[in-house]
Write a protein that binds this ligand. Structure first.
Ligand code: ADP
Length: 312
């Protein structure tokens, strides 16, 4: 479909690392508010976007799901910018809620509701052979009805061809899984699941769980927090191009360790978290398995959208 777009002059919603975001509305009746994300073309090129970007993004337009931001249109403008017309999500993002420890209180049922929405969004991506590749709290935007939506598919691309060599320099460092830190060239939906696990952990403790200053530091923090990736727990890991781990090795943490830090998620919640943070990507829980887990039917039940906490 073609849209006629009208910008609301002067209304800038935000500025990101490679894009400015403006409020606009579609000339439809009733008129619909949209967010127009103008991607700076140079940035788009250096990030490996641009020529393929429009084609790839067209693919994302078809990814329709309540927990995935809808991409209504993609066009390039005469200033050479790539423009994404996105569903307008006015209630901020999960990072704002996590950080506002003074103003926003939430509990296990709220976290379960947000994790359910995140899980369903990721499941739908993977079911359609799309990796998100940059899941983190500030890419999880909140709609007016409280629904959490996966946003910022700037780096997402189809993984339907498993032998296509992929770049491992994706995903913001803190949420990056060990296979990418070790330079794996072929990877799967498991990369997103690791990030989802770290979002889950952060929702509980309200601070990033594994926040390395450099890639080397990130790996050493993973070894401390989760355990050292070794041939015993992850056959083949030592053959990855950039495999190095600090000595001495730390054994993989058991459930007691997780319960001590993440006990508010309950026993089953902790099982799900541990499944997401499994070092070997082949043994990591899948999005489908997350949705089928008995955690969802155990108490507390997820909070209803209208009762979820909102930004102050
Ligand atoms: P980048 O990916 O370059 O960091 P973002 O996607 O984070 O850019 O966008 C920057 C800011 O614009 C966000 O922090 C948010 O405040 C706002 N924004 C982005 N997308 C939307 C949207 N769909 N609805 C409302 N605000 C948005």
């Amino acid at each position: 479909a073609d849209f006629e777009i009208l910008y609301c002059p002067g209304k800038k919603l935000g500025e990101g690392t490679y894009a400015n975001v403006y409020l606009g509305h579609l000339v439809t009746s009733p008129s619909t508010l949209v967010a127009i994300k103008k991607i700076k073309i140079q940035a788009a090129y250096t990030e490996g976007l641009a020529p393929d970007a429009i084609r790839e993004l067209k693919h994302l337009q078809e990814l329709s799901h309540p927990n995935i931001i809808s991409l209504l249109s993609v066009f390039s403008s005469k200033d050479q910018n790539l423009n994404l017309v996105l569903e307008y999500l006015p209630l901020g993002d999960l990072e704002m809620l996590i950080k506002d420890t003074e103003g926003v209180r939430y509990g296990a049922a709220d976290i379960k509701a947000w994790m359910g929405m995140l899980g369903r969004g990721v499941w739908w991506c993977h079911e359609n052979f799309v990796l998100h590749r940059d899941i983190k709290p500030n890419n999880l935007l909140i709609a007016a009805d409280g629904e959490v939506k996966l946003a910022d598919f700037g780096l997402a691309r189809s993984f339907s061809d498993p032998y296509r060599i992929m770049t491992s320099n994706v995903i913001t460092r803190w949420y990056r899984p060990p296979e990418l830190l070790f330079g794996a060239k072929h990877y799967s939906g498991a990369v997103d699941i690791w990030s989802v696990g770290l979002v889950f952990a952060e929702l509980i403790i309200r601070t990033p769980y594994i926040a390395g200053d450099t890639e080397v530091h990130q790996i050493s923090l993973i070894c401390q927090a989760i355990g050292t990736p070794s041939e015993d727990v992850w056959p083949g890991v030592s053959k990855l191009p950039e495999y190095t781990v600090p000595e001495p090795a730390t054994p993989v943490r058991g459930k007691d360790h997780y319960l001590a830090t993440f006990g508010t998620a309950g026993h089953e919640g902790v099982d799900v978290l541990m499944g997401m943070l499994v070092l070997d990507p082949r043994k990591r829980i899948t999005a489908r398995e997350i949705l089928e887990h008995s955690w969802w039917s155990s108490d507390p039940k997820p909070t209803k959208n209208e009762d979820l906490p909102r930004k102050g």
